[in-house]
Design a protein. Structure first.
Length: 192
């Protein structure tokens, strides 16, 4: 697939298709890892206060609350998908991303261990919006009322990649929200 002269399309280029070029350049750059990309920046993190929210944060490894937290995101191509390792300060969590198939065609699939979340991506005014559509635990479909929700987006400001990720749940309320900025710091040209 070729997207504006790029012969080896990234995961996000494949999922978004022709709308990828509508993203702000800084957001496009954050989703063209080549074989690997390291982004660095900082974020503010807010966690939910309910017992369930705190338990889910610990289980998934979401970052602890704080301001001006140093952030590193390492994106590594794995097969036709990507592995994202996020480090907030010294705390690390990771997920694997791939494109959906069958009923999830056109969706991004993000996997945290046995949990798979199917996400619709939309480009609005150069920003990338993420909306949860469905999910499974192992192979068991999750009812809508058990799915995470939240308003998550990536956008550019002053030429810099910004993110605002909110994860909430009907039973737990806010689980975590982290917002901040990232800049590419290194491209890692490793052999496949």
């Amino acid at each position: 697939m070729s997207v504006q002269g790029i012969t080896s399309a990234s995961l996000f280029q494949r999922v978004l298709g022709s709308t990828f070029v509508q993203l702000a350049p800084a957001v496009q750059r954050g989703h063209q890892p080549g074989l690997a990309l390291l982004l660095s920046g900082q974020a503010s993190v807010r966690r939910g206060s309910s017992l369930l929210a705190r338990a889910l944060c610990r289980l998934i490894g979401f970052p602890v609350a704080g301001d001006a937290v140093p952030v590193r995101v390492h994106m590594q191509v794995e097969g036709t998908g990507e592995r994202w390792e996020r480090c907030f300060g010294t705390q690390r969590f990771e997920s694997r991303l791939s494109s959906g198939h069958g009923a999830q065609q056109g969706l991004l699939v993000e996997r945290f261990g046995p949990l798979r979340i199917h996400i619709a991506l939309a480009v609005v005014d150069g920003a990338l919006h993420w909306t949860v559509r469905s999910g499974t635990l192992w192979t068991i479909p999750l009812p809508t009322r058990l799915l995470p929700s939240g308003d998550s987006r990536e956008y550019a400001s002053n030429g810099r990649f910004h993110f605002d990720v909110e994860v909430a749940h009907p039973l737990a309320g806010r689980i975590v929200q982290y917002r901040g900025w990232l800049e590419p710091t290194d491209t890692v040209p490793t052999a496949p």
